[in-house]
Design a protein around this ligand. Structure first.
Ligand SMILES: [Zn+2]
Length: 490
């Protein structure tokens, strides 16, 4: 027996200018034994954890390809063509036809001409392996799911946590269900219901009310007899696609009534929370948020966390400029993406005075470059193995980097886009999080796995970027017009 595993992942923000090209995926793509080894060294990898479940059961794993393009603008069509062909050819060329297929996808990828490439890929894979082969799919909690997915997938499994600390666990859930199906112990039935709302990622934090309550209910249903798995997907609000929106999915052992009862219950529960899932009062403008952070920092024992949730490209300058304007000292602004500014600081060298314009290369709504004049504290390029709950075991680099002190603000310039979700990007460079009074992050929910502990308080600012918390400010063309909160129906 053999199980083929393949992964393709992107979280697409369709309103961003530019396109995400093939290189963004091929750069870190892995295949075969390398893919298996790399993912099995990461405790939070769906591929790695699922592979371990299969291998422990004495089943061969055939690792085809895993390619993740991160987060960014609409993906070029050739990315889909390239990887769909590679996955389907890989399946067809297996020595004997696979006993099962596990696909590790995101659920919010969009290409130039494909609104739902994950659905298209599933259809292609189903055609390649035939009706009898089980196909299990893991998806990000922020996937926008088309109900048709369940026509091609045997079952889909979403993360239960945002911060996504259970990606590996989701792979295990899918793998265990696969084993049960292969052994003939269960006959899966699935149901999906979309409650008709979209949730900004900010409010999908499962450590916070009300998402915490929804996830509690998901776990309750998972414990019921006859239930194989349950997921609630919050959707990705900034993909303008027809299938936009939250989804509840239930997988049972042949009990259609139970599956429908579960998705009915979860969709109803999410609908009852529609107001706090889409709008909450403690959201500050950039200037008010920075002012409040400065005020709190004067009395705080631990850092104040300043969350700039609207920046998806890690290069907006609204918060940094405001910190400079308000004369903040002891603030850290980690991971500002600007390879050119980092290179300029590297040329200048540590200990020198520099003047560089930094940030805002992703779009004309990123705040414009901010003028930095200060002392270069550090230059170099490091690689490390991630130590955070989401990144454990992962080889990480930020590319050529520099750290500059600008009037008491610690600004870290990097050459790869990533958000601050654990303490590594500060501590691996030789500083400690407690060195700072204020720490800026542009993560949405992932930072909470670490910074709810590190921080004394979290201040959320809503910068005028492409990902506003208030979705009624966003323009949609393809999304259904009756989605809440676009249409505030009761
Ligand atoms: Zn996600």
């Amino acid at each position: 027996m053999s199980i083929a595993i393949a992964g393709l992942s992107h979280e697409t923000q369709t309103s961003l200018p530019e396109k995400t090209d093939l290189a963004a995926f091929t750069e870190d793509a892995v295949r075969g034994e390398v893919m298996l080894r790399q993912h099995q060294s990461e405790p939070n990898s769906a591929v790695g954890c699922a592979a371990s479940v299969f291998m422990n059961a004495g089943i061969d794993v055939v690792p085809l390809v895993y390619a993740a393009g991160g987060v960014g603008p609409t993906v070029e069509d050739e990315v889909y063509d390239y990887f769909a062909a590679e996955i389907c050819t890989g399946l067809e060329e297996m020595a004997s036809s696979p006993t099962g297929v596990l696909l590790v996808l995101h659920g919010a990828m969009v290409t130039e001409s494909r609104d739902d490439p994950e659905l298209d890929l599933l259809r292609d894979v189903r055609n390649a392996v035939g009706e009898a082969v089980p196909i299990m799919v893991t998806l990000d909690l922020h996937g926008n799911l088309s109900p048709e997915m369940l026509e091609y997938a045997t079952a889909v499994f979403g993360y239960h946590s945002s911060p996504h600390v259970d990606v590996g666990g989701t792979g295990e859930r899918a793998a265990r269900a696969m084993l049960q199906v292969i052994k003939g112990e269960v006959h899966l039935t699935t149901a999906m219901q979309k409650p008709g709302l979209i949730v900004p990622s900010l409010y999908s934090a499962t450590t916070q009310w009300p998402a915490r309550e929804i996830q509690r209910r998901v776990r309750e249903w998972c414990r019921r007899a006859g239930v194989i798995d349950v997921s609630f997907f919050y959707g990705f609000a900034w993909s303008d696609v027809p299938q936009l929106g939250a989804s509840a999915v239930a997988v049972t052992d042949g009990d259609r009534g139970l599956a429908e009862e579960i998705v009915d219950d979860l969709a109803g529960l999410a609908w009852s929370y529609r107001e706090p899932l889409t709008r909450q009062p403690d959201l500050y403008s950039v200037s008010e948020g920075v002012e409040r952070a400065l005020d709190l920092a004067r009395r705080a024992d631990r850092p104040i966390i300043l969350l700039d949730h609207a920046d998806r490209m890690q290069d907006t300058t609204f918060v940094l400029r405001e910190l400079l304007d308000q004369g903040a000292r002891g603030a850290a602004h980690p991971l500002l993406y600007d390879p050119e500014a980092a290179a300029a600081c590297q040329r200048a060298g540590a200990g020198t005075e520099v003047e560089v314009a930094a940030g805002s290369s992703s779009s004309d709504r990123a705040g414009g470059p901010v003028h930095l004049r200060g002392t270069v504290l550090w230059v170099g390029e490091i690689e490390y193995v991630g130590g955070g709950p989401m990144t454990a075991g992962r080889a990480i680099t930020h590319g050529p980097a520099a750290i500059v002190d600008v009037d008491g603000i610690w600004v870290q310039l990097v050459s790869r886009r990533t958000s601050l979700i654990d303490t590594d990007p500060i501590e691996r460079y030789g500083w400690r999080v407690n060195d700072f009074d204020i720490i800026v992050t542009k993560s949405k929910t992932h930072f909470r796995a670490v910074y709810e502990e590190v921080g004394e308080e979290i201040i959320v600012v809503d910068a005028p970027e492409y990902s506003p918390a208030d979705l009624t400010r966003q323009e949609y063309r393809k999304a259904p017009g009756d989605l809440y909160p676009l249409c505030r129906r009761e």
